[in-house]
Ligand binder design. Structure first.
Ligand SMILES: O=P(O)(O)OC[C@@H](O)[C@@H](O)c1c[nH]c2ccccc12
Length: 245
């Protein structure tokens, strides 16, 4: 999309929007943090529900269950979400909200911040190293934290996160973004090669308390769960179950 909105105007807008609660701090709290995701459908798994999803309602259920943070898919073509979903959720919850999308530019990050996100997803393999470092530095400037997603820790080897002013968490995605295949052992296999400076998050394919237990014991601070929670009859209860594994 051609986006010619002046960046300085967007940055000025960011400055007047109060920052949300810290994503990084929420994930540092004792116990396994649950990042509960709101997603209508996905390219690999189709529709998650038979009824319409009202993001603010689902967010309320996740909060009731004690989620540490809420992830909102705002991508329309693949996931059926929109920026308005992020706004709706941020307006009704007092825990950090993550904007989940294929974000590539400074303007995308400003949109996340302006629409109520505490943090935004950045996928390391989606950009070259200079772009990645630039976006990390930029996020720090606008007071937006990041979930920095890798498929393999080598993708961020040598990136000076602290020096760039990074705040947020490192995520390992167990789902291959090209084949959509989930490798349920991936997070555990790579844990020791991930940072101990920032919270670490295991993402994708988590299907219940047994998975949560293994990931917590394997050194993860948090898990990001979409489909399993969206499909649960009692979403608050399922968040609670995952926390208590
Ligand atoms: O529904 P699952 O299997 O619990 O997975 C959630 C989450 O990991 C997935 O939505 C995701 C991980 N990384 C992404 C990048 C873009 C879009 C979506 C994603």
């Amino acid at each position: 999309m051609d986006d010619s909105r002046p960046l300085d105007g967007l940055m000025a807008h960011c400055k007047v929007v109060p920052a949300g609660p810290s994503f990084e701090s929420a994930l540092r709290a004792p116990g396994l943090g649950i990042i509960a995701e709101i997603k209508r459908r996905s390219p690999s798994r189709g529709s998650m529900t038979t009824t319409d999803v009202v993001p603010a309602e689902v967010a309320g259920e996740y909060c009731k269950g004690g989620a540490a943070a809420i992830s909102v898919l705002t991508d329309t073509p693949h996931f059926g979400g929109e920026l308005g979903d992020l706004r709706d959720v941020a307006a009704v919850v007092d825990i950090p909200v993550l904007r989940k999308d294929f974000l590539l530019t400074e303007r995308d990050l400003c949109d996340a911040r302006i629409n109520g996100a505490s943090a935004a997803l950045i996928i390391a393999s989606a950009m070259d190293r200079p772009a990645l470092e630039r976006l990390i530095g930029f996020s720090a400037q606008i007071g937006l934290e990041l979930l920095l997603e890798v498929h393999d820790p080598a993708e961020i080897a040598g990136v000076d996160l602290v020096g760039l002013g990074f705040h947020g968490a490192i995520g390992i995605n167990q789902r291959d973004l090209v084949t959509f295949e989930v490798d349920p052992k991936r997070a555990l296999a790579y844990r020791e090669r991930l940072s101990d400076v920032f919270p670490v998050v295991a993402e994708s394919g988590i299907q219940g308390p047994a998975d949560a237990q293994v990931l917590a014991a394997g050194g993860y601070d948090a898990i990001l769960v979409g489909e399993h929670l969206m499909r649960a009859g009692d979403r608050a209860g399922m968040v609670r179950t995952l926390r208590g594994y």
